[in-house]
Design a protein around this ligand. Sequence first.
Ligand SMILES: Cc1cc2nc3c(=O)[nH]c(=O)nc-3n(C[C@H](O)[C@H](O)[C@H](O)COP(=O)(O)O)c2cc1C
Length: 192
Amino acid sequence: MAAPKILAFAGSSRGASLNKLLLAVAADGARAAGADVTQIDLRDYPMPIYDGDDEMQSGVPDNALVLRGLIAEHDALLVATPEYNGSVTALLKNALDWCSRPINGEDGLLPYRGKMVALLAASMSPFGGIRAVTHTRGIFNKMGAIVLPDEVLLPQAQHAFDAGGNLLNETARQLARQLGAALAAKAGRGGS
Ligand SMILES: Cc1cc2nc3c(=O)[nH]c(=O)nc-3n(C[C@H](O)[C@H](O)[C@H](O)COP(=O)(O)O)c2cc1C
């Protein structure tokens, strides 16, 4: 059986993003479980804030088309989201909004229906980004995806990594790797 393909991205564009570091740990866990994981950076797909008038005049931006294509061709999504003011970042939400628009008569939500998604958050607060993850779960559910019940929250993430970007807490490392492995297993079974 072909290795399940997982697309991994974080809702932060920061070079030193703590969410990108946490995402990489989960991605390694998915690879160890046999998945083919591609980790992308949303910074490489800049797009304007969604505007219905712009869409009418110019259509969906090229970067959104490319990103939507990547989402469509992968079996599952691994997403780490920062929490901004108690919710998901504008970067992540805007990308998902653009990438959910109908294209040439194709249902905009087609790439998301039945797609397996696993969520993580790294935040500087003691609460670990629980609100952002809960909102992101709701967004993907609304789009028709199936979000794994387990999630990984990394509180006080500014102290969680060493200078080399390694996650210091072994339990947190194992939980992130296990989430990646669980997603690989689910995606490999076509979500069953
Ligand atoms: C505009 C803004 C709002 C924030 N609001 C929250 C918040 O509500 N809860 C929280 O835990 N952290 C909040 N933070 C801090 C983030 O947890 C922190 O910046 C984190 O490092 C962002 O993720 P990143 O490192 O992946 O970029 C906020 C940061 C910014 C810039």
